[in-house]
Design a protein around this ligand. Sequence first.
Ligand code: OGA
Ligand code: NI
Length: 318
Amino acid sequence: MASFASHSEVVAEEIIPTIDFGLLLNGTPDQRSDMVQTLAKACEDWGFFMVVNHGMPDQLRDEMLEAFKTLFDLSDDEKAPYVGGHVLDPIRIGTGFNSKIDIGKCWRHYVKIFVHPEFHSVPKPLNFRDISREYSECTRAIGLELLKAIWEGLGIEEGRVREALKLDSCFQILVANLYPPYPNHDATFGFLPHSDHGLATLLYQNGVDGLQIKHKDRWVYVKPAPNSILVNTGDHLEILSNGKYKSVLHRAVLNSEVARMSVVTAIGPALDAIVEPIPDLVNEDFPAVFRGMKYRDYLEQQQSNSLAEKGALHLVRL
Ligand code: OGA
Ligand code: NI
């Protein structure tokens, strides 16, 4: 288990790479190609970056936060059908990381909803379905466009990855994390150190900081630029890239006075895609360092364990 004393390792601030999404989408060929290189470097050096000019309307983002807030505030009876359950249940409400194991270690409430390839929603609040559908479509479009630029930066042909990962049926989860104020916030985490499964995670928070990422053996406090979306690389990008892009470790700390909320979009391969290092990046000098595993099996095995500081890549490491 992580040592709580490690809060003190935090270094104040570093400049986190910024990706101008507008230039990826509508820039001149030179501008796009420069941005693809910036993105490749961000993935290689950090596994983490802020996306600006992403085109997501402020109003949609605020409505999504508000709808999740209302959902968290529903009575226990109304939430009961979604509490507990299996990692592959499409709607889950809980606390900690894995509700059965981690109670007391993470001061966190969460809602997780599968929104692609099949869209799921909750009946209440009434506007949740429309807002979450629009929000999910918007974040999926941004995420897939970023991934396209990531394949380009890796020098692999987009069509091949799309086919290997069955990205037309990409698995997308919409998550909200609520971290209530916690007086002794030096003693407990909101979210213990972990890496994310999947390819990329997009995060937007309610203006309250708390996310930290591990960079060069130090924890770095993330202070996002206003309206930016934070993105980190996931385990399956590390597997696919044969370890060239690392899945970044991150954690969330608490605030003693105000509640923090984050809305997270996880984008992964199709559940039945077997993810392994792409042959283009495997050769005599760089032999495969991971074995293939079906994404669904990885999810089940990862989530049935308590959070390990090293993430879950050991499941597939050769
Ligand atoms: C996550 C996560 C961090 C945060 O949901 O995987 O790392 O700041 N969240 O909420
Ligand atoms: Ni995470």
